[in-house]
Design a protein around this ligand. Sequence first.
Ligand SMILES: Cc1ncc(COP(=O)(O)O)c(C=O)c1O
Length: 354
Amino acid sequence: MLNYRKGLADMPAYDVIERPWGIKVNANECNMNLPPLVEERVMARLGCVAFNRYPNEQYDDLREQIAKYYGVQKENVLLGIGSSEIIEKIFYCFGGGEERHIVYPQPSFSMYKIYAKAAEATGVPVDLRADYTFDADAFINKVQEVKADLAVICNPNNPTGTGIPLEDIKKVADNIDCCFLVDEAYMEFYGKSAFGMLKNYPNMIIARTFSKAYGLASCRVGYMVADAKIVDMIAKAYMPYYMNVLSLVTADTCFQMRQEFVPRIQMMIAERKRMSKRYAELQGVKVYPSNTNFVLVKVPDAVALNESLVAKNIGIRSFGNAPRLENCLRLSMGLREENDRIFDEIKLFLEGRA
Ligand SMILES: Cc1ncc(COP(=O)(O)O)c(C=O)c1O
């Protein structure tokens, strides 16, 4: 008899279907590999790493790079194996019992619910408005009502693409006193960061990732910036030397060469605008305004449409019956020709010709 820990059997799993798709736009990745100049530099640096040493030095180098860029100290920066791990650790540090409450918007990043459960805390979703905009008052009321230990928002929000105005974030920060995590995984596509507020709110954490705008999903590198006291506490949840040198050196090179990524970020934004317009012209399709590298669309029969795309080896993100996401499909912005091909397939299906 295998006696797993309490609650594990009921733990929901992350339900994205992965396989070698012909076109893959299901995980908000960047559909281009590294810019050639960056790749060349990465390869040269990887050729010089000390494989026999724990990667202390490289960890500190990247922390320092990030700190310098934001005008903070390296003690304000914590790295993680993707921002996933950072978020999971933050949930762990503020969880630890049913009486601990973690408040987050719904619909939002599906992992918040799972991390709350893994942290043995009570997850408290707060509905976004019908158009998926953020209702700051409802959020604040809920945080206060349940005396939350952690409040989380995602800006811009995944999977709706909605940007939360900075005034709303300030309003939340002004009215809550628990830890306040702002997950900015898609910030580079939006441009409006809450970073400037950090100095005024010592309970605020900002989490960022190299997986989206930098196209470094394979390396699994993310980071958080916060008051040094928070960083020290979250760091306690980590084992020693948890980051690997290959990822650290690669992310460090990308960060130093971040100007090389600007044209592709602009291209993804342009594709998002172009495709949002095209989808909005299709009969029966609702397009939600997006500030990210993906677009959320509502269609008449998402399950059947998704099945028809799967049959054509196209991987998109379908939300099945997830709360408030019925008939919604999320399409990451791939290359122009990939976006057009998916559009054509969706159009054919909606016209009954697929
Ligand atoms: C809102 C949000 N936060 C965090 C993450 C985690 O990204 P990573 O672990 O690759 O940094 C994702 C990934 O899709 C996301 O959508």
